[in-house]
Design a protein around this ligand. Sequence first.
Ligand SMILES: NC(=O)c1ccc[n+]([C@@H]2O[C@H](COP(=O)([O-])OP(=O)(O)OC[C@H]3O[C@@H](n4cnc5c(N)ncnc54)[C@H](OP(=O)(O)O)[C@@H]3O)[C@@H](O)[C@H]2O)c1
Length: 307
Amino acid sequence: MKAIQYKDFGNSDVIALVEVPKPTIQTPDDILIQVKAASVNPLDFKIRMGYMQKMRPVQLPFTPGLDAAGIVVAVGENVESFKIGDEVIAITMANAYAEYVIANPNFVSFKPQNISFEEATAFAVNIGTAESILFAEGKLQAGQKVLIQGAAGAVGATMVQMAKHAGLYVVATASGQGIDLVKSLGADEVIDYKTQDVTMLVKDVDLVADCAGGPSQDKLFEVIKKGGKLLSIAGLPSQELAQQYQVEARFVSSNLSAKSLENGLKLVKEGNLKGLVTKTFSLAEAAQAQDMVAKGGVNGKVVLTIG
Ligand SMILES: NC(=O)c1ccc[n+]([C@@H]2O[C@H](COP(=O)([O-])OP(=O)(O)OC[C@H]3O[C@@H](n4cnc5c(N)ncnc54)[C@H](OP(=O)(O)O)[C@@H]3O)[C@@H](O)[C@H]2O)c1
């Protein structure tokens, strides 16, 4: 089968389209999926650059791809919940930039019928991350106030919608075209992070969900009420500032299990969650796709169409 692989860490020119053996069922819990689409996540280029080797090491040669949407073509003998022909979304954490991938049933969900394979894979990491931050870890309830930093990004845009559906008051930061996007997704207040000072405009939020990271994270402590939280998916928050402002602040690695995707996928089935596939590429164009994500300003998800 065709797959993307790289043998060295580095810029996107290390990426190659290669012929490798098609994976086969190895354990009774395996599900073999014919991949129709795989999303391109920021983590993909960070792994490729070698930046993640301390935190999340991979072995070379490596085939990227955290998630896929496709069709079940074989199942191990323990697998009862899925059968050949089912259309599914799978979190695989690697190997999804390929024509076939193996997944575990705990990380496989049925693809909602009302969306394409491209939209389905694009939702996977976004929904699991939004669910983890807002509800599993953030424990937010209707009426509470959340500030979503980087709200026009792939994760942020899904988070805005899931927060609004849960009855939260949403303050969002974005820039450029992202401002109209997050307004259209229902954000109650939108702050242009390039021209406005968030600390002058917002106060007393229950949770800051930081989907951007970087040096601007530090000033977000000022807008949280005492006893509130700063949960970051991009960078480790300062513990000194957490103490100073009397808030809880930590990095969250999202739960991407099928269970964690349940609420979000229900909203998708009901037509209440807008998919944001900004651009699709072929498998052979994986390098360009990763470059586009690395450059930023995408306002949605970049997806590989495969098979
Ligand atoms: N911990 C986890 O489990 C987990 C899960 C998923 C993703 N992530 C990480 O979370 C981050 C976001 O992922 P993503 O897929 O949503 O990426 P993305 O689509 O690139 O979105 C990032 C967003 O952050 C915005 N941004 C950049 N600098 C900002 C600043 N100073 N203030 C406010 N917003 C700013 C960007 O806006 P502009 O377009 O204006 O630049 C962009 O909309 C990535 O670093 C990713 O690796 C972590």
